[in-house]
Ligand binder design. Structure first.
Ligand SMILES: Cc1cc2nc3c(=O)[nH]c(=O)nc-3n(C[C@H](O)[C@H](O)[C@H](O)COP(=O)(O)OP(=O)(O)OC[C@H]3O[C@@H](n4cnc5c(N)ncnc54)[C@H](O)[C@@H]3O)c2cc1C
Length: 287
């Protein structure tokens, strides 16, 4: 399979990339990061950009920086870097755990956190960690910089609020309290590894204490990854019991947007089972 013809430009820095994106309006410019989503789409002719803007040399999109109260992760950071970086491992173990579950080593060696979020595949893993860790996305365009959370950023499957002239430069994660526990549990698709359902949980927890600051994020179900806020409400302030886990899992299926799912009862059952199992896994890490 061949792509349609395109022009290739390798941007030297952020200004250069923004200049090409602003263009003269005649060209359809697409950013190329790891290429693991974009290139297959181009081969299938589902994407036919006239210019491929390779951003791999743009220094402003690189690096993992510990700032006061935040970890700033450049959009070009690959999954493999998230699994190996000491700052991520120490401060954001959930992100490391989630990245390690993505596909296989070939995909993890090329795929980037920014590419995953901008592609907005409803079955991607990374959005579960980004929602559960309450991160914000930094978008830069001709009018300057803006920050949005992932729920605002992702509009629908494969659609985001990113303007054609903007770039996602980084994702900023607040550093969690020392007391924060976290976990991720997914049912991987047997062929691709994509989550058929994935559940990320964060919270301040100890075995016989009420749970606080809990966040539950679900991916793979519905048009985009979402925070299960009613499920969080069921868990908040409660001491963990099997009955509580079952009740929370029952609530989780009521707030999933499954109206377009063809296999509704299977999806409901999967969501219920994986939320419940993720809660056992979460408390297993605490005890
Ligand atoms: C065999 C296979 C298995 C996979 N399994 C999984 C899996 O288990 N879990 C999972 O979550 N994903 C999976 N994926 C998807 C993979 O993780 C994504 O393709 C990848 O993360 C996208 O990142 P990329 O760097 O390759 O982006 P690219 O393909 O380069 O770009 C994707 C899109 O984002 C845009 N873009 C990229 N970076 C930016 C930026 N900084 N600013 C603005 N726009 C940008 C591009 O223009 C393009 O539209 C799989 C993919 C393959 C091929």
């Amino acid at each position: 399979m061949r792509t349609a013809p395109f022009e290739y430009h390798r941007a030297q820095d952020l200004d250069d990339a923004l200049e090409w994106l602003a263009g003269d309006g005649d060209r359809d410019v697409k950013i190329l990061a790891g290429g693991h989503s974009l290139l297959p789409l181009m081969k299938l002719k589902l994407a036919t950009p006239t210019v491929l803007l390779d951003v791999q040399d743009v220094p402003e999109l690189r690096g993992i920086l510990l700032e006061s109260g935040w970890v700033r992760i450049g959009a070009l950071t690959r999954y493999v870097d998230l699994t190996r970086d000491a700052t991520v491992g120490d401060s954001l173990p959930l992100l490391s755990q989630v990245a390690a579950t993505v596909a296989d080593i070939q995909v993890r060696n090329r795929g980037t956190i920014g590419g995953s979020l901008c592609h907005a595949d409803p079955a991607a893993d990374i959005p579960a960690a980004v929602l559960a860790l309450d991160a914000r996305l930094v978008l830069v365009g001709p009018r300057g910089e803006r920050r949005v959370n992932l729920d605002e950023f992702t509009v629908a499957p494969f659609l985001t609020v990113l303007e054609p002239t903007e770039i996602l430069t980084a994702i900023e994660f607040p550093i969690p309290l020392q007391s924060q526990q976290s976990t991720y549990l997914k049912r991987p698709h047997p062929a691709s590894g994509y989550p058929v359902v994935g559940v990320a949980i964060t919270g301040d927890a100890s075995p016989h204490e009420p749970l606080s600051n809990v966040r539950v994020a679900v991916t793979g179900i519905g048009p985009k990854a979402y925070r299960a806020e009613k499920t969080e409400g069921t868990l908040k302030g409660q001491v963990p019991t099997p009955e509580l886990f079952r009740a929370a899992a029952d609530v989780a299926i009521t707030e999933a947007n499954m109206s377009d799912e063809p296999d509704l009862s299977y999806r409901e059952q999967l969501t219920r089972v994986y939320v419940e199992r993720a809660l056992y896994q979460f408390y297993g890490g605490v005890a």
